[in-house]
Design a protein around this ligand. Structure first.
Ligand SMILES: *[C@@H]1O[C@H](CO)[C@@H](O)[C@H](O)[C@H]1NC(C)=O
Ligand SMILES: *[C@@H]1O[C@H](CO)[C@@H](O)[C@H](O)[C@H]1NC(C)=O
Ligand SMILES: *[C@@H]1O[C@H](CO)[C@@H](O)[C@H](O)[C@H]1NC(C)=O
Ligand SMILES: *[C@@H]1O[C@H](CO)[C@@H](O)[C@H](O)[C@H]1NC(C)=O
Ligand SMILES: *[C@@H]1O[C@H](CO)[C@@H](O)[C@H](O)[C@H]1NC(C)=O
Length: 432
């Protein structure tokens, strides 16, 4: 069967489309399923990037700047040129520009500014990029930054951020889901903490009288996994053999999982903590920010100093309520649940950010039947044609000319029939 030799050469052409994974839901390392997935890769900008915006050294007339504030004083907060202004970015993220007046509890005036979020090259050859978020203490105020997700109706999620935080003490770098002060799951780096430590909290962390609620917030040593949260249950776990130090000023992937009744936190895929206190119950959005307000939590930053948070990517698997991602309708989208045949995994994949068809027996379901139909048909056509050539002993050109039924319309028709007739996928797989 000489003709069969042609198949290996054709496979590379056919397989990629047959194997293209059409994910209907996404499974995490902890076995939770989500119907939405986004990978926001901030490393993709190349070439010399637009200049870093100047520090916004003056305040708008009120904490909510107006168009007039911006036109009269561009340094209040001009966006960087380039990607930050693109549809791709602005359809997913919104850079905030609100501020807050000082109070007795939070004595430093704080102002979020659009110019504190920008992209820079991540390497000397300018071939990749990262997002930088900046905060700076001026004499009379703290210039800060906040980025909110456009998706506002997230109800349960697994969110991962590859980031590092460094700079002066007195800043808080936050990655968190938010609806209100009682529905908020936080990952926070306090730059006044030792670089080996991180804070995991569910709000509220203080009661009506301003006292800390035991167990609401936990300080975790990311290396030893020692933890303190003001309860007797603290120091539950201690890693036997500490590996290299995990520090917030090095690049690590920080992850929070929010599911019904439980929040869990991870670093580089390693599970560090669960919390059942204060698990949010309402549709929320995702926020990343870097701020300070002179309160007890953030502390004060020394005047003239800065802190930075750098982000390479944000990966989110999540469920939403309502049909529209921006609605806060509480009806959980049902359609996807019913047809969650093709499951993809997002952890332990070859390339982070590229979900893969689930392994055990799921190859079958992850393969798009339509593409598979095309692949089988093409192989059949090749065999047919080759056999015909062999039979007639004539030239390929002649033989091909004798196959009128195999024009595009005919192929389309065949495909439909195959799909409608239900191709036996197991046999088809073995056949390939
Ligand atoms: C990288 O970009 C900067 C400007 O952003 C430029 O000055 C520098 O020469 C570039 N480096 C390379 C290796 O192209
Ligand atoms: C979340 O917000 C809702 C609506 O405002 C509220 O009823 C609830 O107590 C909040 N907190 C938690 C943990 O559910
Ligand atoms: C966290 O744990 C590591 C490893 O045991 C240790 O070297 C480091 O000092 C600890 N950090 C703090 C603040 O105790
Ligand atoms: C920060 O400084 C202000 C004075 O500018 C002071 O009132 C406040 O107590 C300080 N905050 C902390 C946490 O020490
Ligand atoms: C997300 O929604 C799907 C479909 O409704 C459901 O099967 C899954 O359990 C949900 N995930 C979580 C973590 O609640």
């Amino acid at each position: 069967m000489l003709n069969l030799l042609a198949i290996p050469f054709l496979l590379p052409l056919i397989l990629p489309s047959a194997l293209a994974v059409d994910c209907e839901c996404y499974r995490t390392s902890t076995g939770h399923y989500f119907t939405n997935y986004e990978f926001y890769d901030f490393r993709k900008q190349s070439g010399p990037l637009p200049p870093v915006p100047e520090l916004p050294d003056s305040l708008p007339r009120s904490p909510r700047p107006t168009a007039e504030d911006y036109s009269s004083n561009p340094k209040i907060g001009a966006y960087q040129d380039g990607y930050i202004r693109s549809d791709e970015f602005t359809s997913s993220w919104s850079i905030q520009d609100w501020g807050k007046e000082p109070t007795s509890e939070f004595p430093i005036r704080m102002q979020n500014s659009r110019s504190n979020v920008y992209f820079v090259s991540a390497d000397s050859s300018n071939s990749s990029s990262k997002m930088v978020v900046r905060t700076h203490r001026f004499d009379t105020f703290q210039s800060s930054a906040e980025i909110e997700s456009a998706v506002q109706n997230v109800l349960y999620a697994s969110i991962r951020v590859r980031a590092r935080v460094y700079g002066a003490a007195g800043a808080v770098a936050g990655f968190f889901t938010y609806f209100n002060g009682q529905n908020e799951t936080d990952i926070e780096v306090l730059t006044r903490d030792d670089p080996t430590e991180i804070r995991y909290s569910n709000q509220p962390v203080t009661d009506d009288r301003g006292n800390e609620i035991r167990g609401s917030s936990t300080k975790v040593n990311m290396t030893s996994q020692d933890r303190t949260d003001g309860t007797e249950a603290e120091k539950l776990k201690k890693r036997a053999t500490p590996t290299t130090l995990i520090r917030y000023d090095d690049w690590h992937t920080h992850r929070v999982d929010w599911v019904d009744g439980k929040s869990s936190w991870f670093v580089d895929g390693e599970h560090l903590l669960d919390k059942k206190y204060g698990v949010p119950i309402v549709p929320s959005y995702f926020i990343m920010n870097l701020w300070s307000d002179g309160g007890v939590w953030s502390g004060n930053m020394t005047k003239g100093q800065s802190a930075y948070m750098e982000i390479e990517f944000v990966e989110m698997a999540f469920n939403t309520t309502g049909g529209d991602r921006s609605s806060s309708n509480r009806n959980v989208k049902g359609a996807s649940a019913a047809k969650c045949d093709s499951i993809c995994v997002i952890d332990g994949v070859a390339v982070t950010g590229t979900p893969e068809g689930a392994q055990s027996g799921a190859f079958k379901s992850a393969v798009n039947p339509w593409s598979l139909g095309v692949a089988i048909l093409m192989i059949a056509v090749v065999l047919c044609v080759r056999m015909h050539i062999a039979d007639s002993g004539g030239s390929g050109k002649m033989s091909l000319g004798k196959q009128p039924k195999l024009g595009p319309e005919a192929i389309g028709k065949r495909q439909e029939n195959d799909v409608a007739g239900g191709v036996d996928r197991r046999v088809a797989n073995e056949g390939i």
